[in-house]
Ligand binder design. Structure first.
Ligand code: AMP
Length: 218
């Protein structure tokens, strides 16, 4: 392909893995724009299905409310359908999927059916103490949706602040434990296939993006 710089359509099939408050959502949004590929988040898709009250949404709701994983079959069906849409032809940033080895295997099959394969799996590393601090000091302005951090990015005095229920310390620790349990099998699966890249997630978002692009040679 000719090296035409920014206008060259990028092919980028990427899985982003990172614990809660690792900055994964921020990085996914940056990469989505950079590569002109959709960000596919199973959490967002399931929440939309739940909001719309579809049969799938109702089934998923039971698991989501209990903090459990939705059955593989259900999420795999969603991802299969989503990656078959035209806007995902040149690639995607997957966020929140796969979470299990059977899901990772299913993803391989879905991609292979279109003659594609995964390019990279990027894990964003942040020390646990910092994750807890980031989440517990994170506040959202209810009126603007803007996210602040009481220590690193303090809100203006007139902000109408809200602390997300799942950003409280006990919940954050439970979510981190869940993340560790989930990745215990998934990351070695991708490391064995030479797809896993690890990126230091400490520092300003732009710096993390630079490391990420380096890790995937983009
Ligand atoms: P998230 O926004 O990624 O934290 O996902 C919210 C909830 O949706 C999770 O707690 C699960 O119940 C469900 N979920 C999202 N992605 C998956 C997945 N890949 N496998 C199973 N359940 C999922």
């Amino acid at each position: 392909m000719a090296a035409t710089g920014q206008s060259t359509p990028a092919q980028m099939r990427l899985v982003l893995v990172g614990p809660p408050a690792s900055g994964k959502g921020t990085q996914a949004a940056i990469l989505r724009t950079r590569f002109s590929v959709p960000q596919v988040s199973t959490g967002d898709m399931l929440r939309a299905a739940r909001r719309d009250g579809t049969a799938l949404g109702k089934e998923a709701e039971r698991y989501m409310n209990a903090g459990q994983l939705v059955p593989d079959e259900t999420v795999i069906g969603l991802v299969d359908e989503r990656l078959g849409l035209a806007d995902a032809l040149n690639g995607f940033i997957l966020d929140g999927f796969p979470r299990t080895v059977p899901q990772a295997e299913a993803l391989n099959r879905v991609l292979a059916a279109h003659g594609h394969e995964l390019d990279h799996v990027v894990q964003i590393d942040v020390p646990r103490e910092l994750l807890v601090e980031r989440a517990t000091l994170r506040r959202t302005d209810k009126r603007t949706g803007h996210i602040y951090h009481l220590k690193y990015n303090p809100p203006p005095p007139d902000a109408d602040l809200e602390h997300r229920a799942d950003d409280r310390e006990e919940t954050v620790i439970a979510r981190l434990n869940q993340y560790d349990a989930m990745t215990a099998a998934l990351l070695p699966y991708y490391a064995a296939r030479n797809l896993l890249r690890r990126v230091d997630g400490v520092g300003p978002a732009e710096q993390v993006t630079e490391r990420l692009l380096q890790a995937i040679n983009a």
